[in-house]
Design a protein around this ligand. Structure first.
Ligand code: ADE
Ligand code: ZN
Length: 346
């Protein structure tokens, strides 16, 4: 017999929304900062990982990229991050955001970042059986022209593991403003890349940003997207188009200040029948992990075990990998669900 908490912990999971730098473990982050003489903003975890809101967090998030410089740094983060996530929540497949423009500002080319990142994740796949894909995030701090140039680099480099384009950070005005990057998205779509975008994340965002990401950018999937619940016509639109959402309950609570309870928009999204998946977003910074997002997040939202299993399956349906890989994962997840269900009622 296992508890509900253990059941949620042991459920096989995908994660479609995590930023590579945020998969650093705290000890490795501190070790790499020391290696490069990067002065951190605090010397204890309580202050190092305490943020007032999204904008406050983003200052630390940008700075953290400074500790990733050599190929071995990327390889270590990849392997340790996967090992940690398997132990913390039975991770089986993951999609990573990487923001090459943060690294370009530090003298690393697109290939300097992507090649060791993929080599490290391939090794982690061999070691732990966790498949992966990469989504390149457009840095919203930068210009629309630079985003088009970034998509050109993605296409020219041509790594098969890089399957999509997203956007992260905020514009210099502190907004989401997804349509600013419409030309980059059009180019990416023309080259067969999948599309997603961080929109509708906090009270500073708008439901209109969610609409623009669906109607103007033609996204396949949305990151966060919670403000969709402020406009019922948008819910109908997302249902019609089969748009999936990567929700991050514990992480978002820290960024938004919203209380994680059954009145939360994520619960309303699930009840409305939207295809919700669960991720950590920024596990290092928000001191969360995939197990915690399910155990604590779903419990506080008042979501039952059948809905939890559906959320895990949604994470396969919404993935940007091949149909063959999805079929394999569905078979594996279904078998593990059966075994867990037996333990639950025994
Ligand atoms: N970069 C990393 N995490 C992010 C988030 N939650 N929103 C926007 N940009 C991010
Ligand atoms: Zn994110």
């Amino acid at each position: 017999m296992i508890s509900g908490s253990d059941y949620l912990q042991l459920l096989p999971k995908t994660e479609l929304h995590c930023h590579f730098a945020s998969t650093l473990t705290a000890p490795l982050f501190i070790e790499l900062a020391a290696k490069y003489g990067v002065e951190l903003w605090a010397d204890n975890a309580d202050e190092l990982f305490a943020f007032d809101d999204l904008a406050d967090f983003l200052v630390a998030f940008r700075a953290a990229h400074d500790v990733l410089r050599e190929p071995d740094d990327f390889a270590r983060v990849a392997r340790e991050g996967v090992r940690h996530a398997v132990a913390a929540g039975n991770l089986r497949y993951r999609e990573y955001f990487i923001n090459p423009q943060y690294f370009a500002a530090r003298g690393l080319s697109y290939a300097d970042v992507i090649d060791p990142l993929i080599a490290g994740l391939r090794q982690a796949e061999r070691d732990y059986g966790v498949g992966f894909r990469v989504v390149v995030a457009i840095n919203r701090q930068e210009s629309p022209e630079s985003a088009v140039e970034l998509v050109r680099q993605v296409v020219a480099h041509g790594a098969p593991e890089v399957v999509g384009i997203g956007q992260d950070d905020l514009t210099p005005e502190g907004t989401e403003d997804p349509t600013r990057f419409v030309a980059a998205y059009r180019l990416a779509r023309e080259h067969g890349l999948k599309l997603t975008a961080h929109v509708g994340e906090t009270d500073n965002a708008t439901p209109d940003a969610v609409r623009e990401a669906i109607e103007v950018l033609e996204c396949d999937r949305l990151d966060h997207g919670y403000r969709i619940m402020d406009d019922p016509s948008l819910v109908r639109l997302a249902l019609t188009r089969g748009i999936a959402f990567t929700a991050t309950p514990v992480s978002t609570t820290i960024c938004s200040g919203w209380v994680l309870d059954p009145s939360h928009r994520i619960r309303a999204m699930i009840d409305a029948g939207l295809k919700v998946t669960l991720s950590t977003d920024d596990a290092l910074f928000f001191r969360t992990d995939l197990g915690r997002e399910y155990r604590e997040g779903l419990t506080l939202l008042g979501v039952d075990m059948d809905a939890a299993k559906q959320i895990a399956i949604n994470g396969i349906d919404a993935a940007f990998c091949s149909e063959d890989e999805k079929a394999r994962m569905r078979a594996e997840f279904t078998a593990q669900f059966l075994a867990l269900d037996t333990l639950r009622v025994a």
